[in-house]
Design a protein around this ligand. Sequence first.
Ligand code: ZN
Length: 344
Amino acid sequence: MLKTLFKKLVLYFGPLSFFRWLQRLKHGNGITILYGHRVLSDEIILDKNDMRSITGHTSESEVEQAIHQLRKRFKIISMDQAVEQLACGHVETESAVLTFDDGFQDNYRYLYPVLKRLNVPATFYINASVIGTNKSLWFQSIINYFFAVAEDNVLVEINQQSYDLTNSEKRYRAAFSFMQYLQANHKPQEFHSVIGKLVGASTLPGEQDKHMSWDELRELAADPLITIGAHSYNHYPLGYCDEELSKFEIDESIKQLEENLSITIDHFSYPRGHREDFNQHHIECLKQSKIASGVSTIRGVNRRFAEPYSLKRVGFPQSISDDVDDFYWHVAGVPQIVQSLRGK
Ligand SMILES: [Zn+2]
């Protein structure tokens, strides 16, 4: 009760509201670009035995609720509209854009019907290398491996590291720790062979981790509500790639999507998207390919004349309450600010 009251006071009268008002006065209305990854059925999210339920994904009903909440305060617009309004310096009203990265098949199965039913535009950023194949993206192969090990502990010979796998969260943590080892010690060109050694013969993804097929993507691409963007070819964070490889990662993803879907690709999402994951070389590659925007995962709201190749995004909240202010609280980044203050 007190917390709710505090939240309302801060949102309407506090420094946050003042800061927002000041930003708006100075820079006009803002565009908040939200990003998510997998969207699953409510049954999967509630099933604690399903590994996908613990890995921070969103459920169909949470997305639906989030859209209702968003509509109370924002106009939901497409990526094309966002880029155009930012470039001309006039953002008509406080707006939001929905984006989803990685192109998992669950986006087609569970998310697309919600978007369609609510008539909401969204952008899907796709890694072309796994579309129409049986392959997983490199990081997903690592997650799958650590969830598939039968024992409670495993010694990985590649880095001579032993991992505690006594529960699902530890398995997830082990996978992330191995990803960090891989990124710090191997070039992206080596990722697939190192992962091959790690997972041995069990490399095929389960039905549950598939990516969309070309036919499914074609159906989405034909729908005016949906924008298809590129997310690199193999999902290597571009900051780890040399200039030649990063150019290939950008160009090949765009080329394959354009050829297979018979559309023009105008938008790009940097894999991982942290500040160190893209640089001027990558922006030049995007410009050469006539790409109009690049989105990161740097948190923030975009205002008029924002640099179109370094757009900020805010993560989709993982759980959403009925209170619209809770949602706005998340979008404004208050939990993250509190967390970082506590961490210091
Ligand atoms: Zn991604």
